[in-house]
Every structure is written in structure tokens, then in C-alpha cells.
Design a protein around this ligand. Structure first.
Ligand SMILES: *Cc1c(COP(=O)(O)O)cnc(C)c1O
Length: 236
């Protein structure tokens, strides 16, 4: 699918809007400019639009479905993009995901750590897979994420796992919850993990609707989809 000139301009404007909101949020929070990294969430959007983003200087892209992500990553293999896997991950998809994902943000159970470690060692022994522990902020782990009490042990497990590198934590604010409360809770968990693992400094939090709250509470990375790329058809 070719990206029309009009669509290209929309993407340029969306990216500018996202970057402006991030810098405004940094400055409102009294944080250093440029301290928050942008991951553009490209799920459901075609690889040609990801190529446009890459042309515009985007480095980090996020995807949540293996089948879609692996196809796009293959199509864009010549680009220097950093692929973040941000979706719920089944153990049987792990071998595929570690072929293209530089960062897996949704690590939320011990079995998955073991599977990722084994796959990383076999598929890419020289390049560790960077992992974030996904933290569940509403005590309903069914929707992804480890309960805050279980996070430190999982962080230890990742840090000790060959083929993996512990980068930090990730969370999605629960639907309908106060994002400030949710991200304040995440910050406590992130500090606990960071105290035990000084290299694990990434706090991935904040989406199009709540990035300002996330930046107020210490996010080092935001994952933005709709603000950059616009309407996203719901999954069938
Ligand atoms: C889709 C998605 C996003 C981006 O959401 P927007 O509201 O479009 O910015 C961020 N994080 C995760 C985990 C997602 O699934």
C-alpha cells in the first residue's frame, strides 16, 4: 500500500503533535528536555507508514501481535528501527518474537521468562533481548501484567536469565482509573526494581490519552499510537 502525499502530511503533523506534547509534559514536570523516549505504536498500520515514520527520524516502534509485527519487521529489515513487542505474549510465539524484537515490554510470568531465555539463546545468542516487567496496576492480572508484589522476583529472574537483559518496567493505566494514581503506583514498583538492579532504568508508561500523567510520575518512555497515526480500526 502506497502512502499518499496527504497521508504523509497527516503523519508529519501527528508526529509533531506527539513530540510537542512530550516536551510540554517534560517541562511541566520540571524534567530535563529530551529525557522521555517516544515509541510510536504502529499496530494495524501498514509497513509503508512505518517506513514514513523511519524517514521522519522515528527509531522506536511498538507492535502487539506477532504475526503482524514479524511481517512488518521483515519488510523493513533494511531500516535501523528498534522493535518493541508490547502485547500479551504466548509462550509458543516467543521463538518468532525474538527474531525481530529488540525489546519485549510485556514480560509478566516466570514461564515466559524461561521461554524467552531459551529462545534468545538459540536464535540470537550474541544479542540479548531487552525485557521489561509488565506491571498490573488494577489487581486483575488476567489482562496482562504481574502483580506489583510479584515484580521484584521476576526482575531478579530476568536479570539472571542468559540471553535476556533487564531494562525496567512497563504498565498500562487501568481503564477508567485515575492515571496519576496508577502511575504513582508504578513509580514505587520501578524504584524497588531499580534499587536492586541499577541498570534497569526504563519506565514505559503513558499512551495517547495519559502521557502527561505518566511523565509527571517518572516515565522514561511513552508508547503513542493514535496521537501520531490517527484512527485505528478495532480488531475483529
Ligand atoms: C495500542 C497500545 C498503545 C498505544 O495506544 P494509543 O492510545 O493509540 O496511544 C500503547 N501501549 C500498548 C500496550 C498498546 O497496546
Amino acid at each position: 500500500m502506497v502512502v499518499t502525499g496527504e497521508r504523509r502530511l497527516e503523519i508529519v503533523a501527528g508526529l509533531e503533535a506527539a513530540r510537542r506534547r512530550i516536551s510540554a509534559a517534560e517541562s511541566a514536570a520540571g524534567r530535563e528536555p529530551g529525557g522521555v523516549e517516544l515509541v510510536v505504536v504502529t499496530k494495524t498500520h501498514p509497513a509503508d507508514e512505518v517506513a514514513v515514520l523511519a524517514d521522519l527520524g522515528v527509531q522506536h516502534v511498538g507492535e502487539n501481535r506477532d504475526q503482524e509485527a514479524s511481517a512488518k519487521a521483515e519488510q523493513l529489515a533494511g531500516r535501523s528501527l528498534v522493535w518493541h513487542f508490547i502485547g500479551q505474549l504466548q509462550s509458543n510465539k516467543v521463538r518468532s518474537v525474538v527474531r525481530y524484537a529488540d525489546v519485549v515490554e510485556s514480560v509478566d510470568r516466570p514461564k515466559l521468562v524461561a521461554a524467552l531465555s531459551k529462545a534468545a539463546l538459540s536464535v540470537r545468542p550474541d544479542h540479548p533481548v531487552r525485557c521489561l516487567v509488565q506491571v498490573c496496576l488494577d489487581d486483575q492480572p488476567g489482562r496482562g501484567g504481574a502483580l506489583p508484589d510479584d515484580v521484584p522476583a521476576m526482575a531478579d529472574q530476568i536479570a539472571a536469565a542468559p540471553g535476556l537483559e533487564l531494562d525496567g518496567v512497563m504498565a498500562v493505566a487501568p481503564l477508567g482509573a485515575d492515571p496519576d494514581e496508577a502511575f504513582a503506583r508504578l513509580r514505587v514498583v520501578a524504584e524497588t526494581v531499580g534499587a536492586a538492579h541499577p541498570g534497569a532504568t526504563t519506565v514505559s508508561a503513558g499512551m495517547s490519552g495519559d502521557l502527561e500523567a505518566a511523565v509527571r510520575h517518572g516515565a522514561t518512555q511513552v508508547r503513542l499510537g493514535s496521537v501520531v497515526l490517527g484512527y485505528r480500526p478495532p480488531f475483529g
